[in-house]
Ligand binder design. Structure first.
Ligand SMILES: *Cc1c(COP(=O)(O)O)cnc(C)c1O
Length: 296
């Protein structure tokens, strides 16, 4: 992966000028056309550990459109290791774009019922004879946070008062917290509805950092829940693309950009604040939509 492909896009818009705040977007999506930027960072040290421990295979979990599954397949291949994906739900007649791509990268897929998928310990037990290195769903864990803490290496982050990013498992946000200063405000926008356990999960990931940095998770911008993308969100994502040539994904970054605009309009920020949004990638997931729904 060529980290120099990551760059910063400054956004100019009336709603920013009105509030006298500035917004830059860290384009991790430019890292690779299919592999999500943040997932790549999260996986780095897991793969290193698997190699150091001479594990035979990287194994992990995900759904049919999982950014994590693709990134894991890619990272394993890159490290010269075979990979296995445990996929939620029965095998469909036609594989999703995501799963097809993961397979092309050499990942072997095992489909398990939704019920079984919830019992991950049991699944790992089933394969216990194999010398596999297991990575949690979404790359959740301290090792993932350590990798994600390097996301900010490519910017002069002391420039920003606020860093805002999407939250799924919270691992990326934990990484940003590890790398930020205590003067910076870190805001996570949850893609899930009512995921109230997330604060605890993030605190666990950063427990070794002192003083413990503070952060806030906003639960108001889930648009109906994880994976939900009402017409209003689709229209918004298209509008942002037309105005700024900024492609967003419908699961995470579209909701986050919307949240930033809405918070600014509600005077959440002060004049002079300098915001950095992490564009964490995820664009491949847009292929779950029928063609031509999105303008890009
Ligand atoms: C997985 C993902 C996230 C969420 O990251 P977590 O570390 O799970 O919180 C955000 N954006 C994109 C594009 C993702 O693929």
């Amino acid at each position: 992966m060529d980290l120099s492909a990551i760059d910063i896009q400054n956004i100019e818009s009336e709603w920013l000028t009105n509030e006298k705040v500035s917004l830059d977007v860290l384009r991790l999506d430019k890292l690779h056309p299919v592999v999500s930027g943040n997932k790549w960072f999260k996986l780095k040290y897991y793969v290193e550990e698997a190699t150091a421990r001479n594990k035979s295979t990287i194994a992990t979990f995900g759904g049919a459109w999982s950014n994590h599954i693709i990134a894991a397949a890619y990272a394993a291949k890159d490290a010269g290791l075979p990979s296995v994906g445990i996929i939620r739900g029965e095998k469909p007649a036609k594989l999703s774009y995501t799963l097809t791509y993961a397979q092309e990268l050499g990942m072997e897929l095992f489909f398990v019922s939704r019920d079984k998928y919830r019992r991950k310990k049991e699944i790992i037990q089933d394969f216990s004879a194999s010398d596999w290195y297991w990575i949690d769903e979404g790359g959740y864990g301290k090792t993932g946070a350590k990798g994600a803490s390097e996301i900010l290496n490519s910017v002069n982050m002391s420039h920003y008062t606020h860093i805002i990013a999407s939250v799924g498992t919270g691992t990326m946000l934990a990484g940003l917290l590890l790398a930020s200063t205590n003067e910076q405000t870190i805001i996570g926008i949850s893609s899930m509805k009512g995921n109230t356990g997330i604060d605890q999960n993030i605190k666990h990931l950063i427990e070794n950092r002192s003083p413990t940095p503070s952060f806030e998770i906003n639960h108001d911008y889930h648009f109906g829940g994880y994976g939900k993308h009402p017409q209003s969100l689709i229209a918004f994502v298209n509008e942002v693309y037309h105005q700024h040539r900024l492609p967003l994904d419908i699961i995470y970054t579209g909701k986050t950009y919307f949240a930033i605009k809405d918070m600014a309009e509600k005077n959440r920020f002060k004049p002079g604040n300098r915001l950095l949004m992490i564009h964490s990638g995820g664009l491949q997931g847009n292929k779950s939509l029928p063609e031509k729904v999105l303008a890009f």
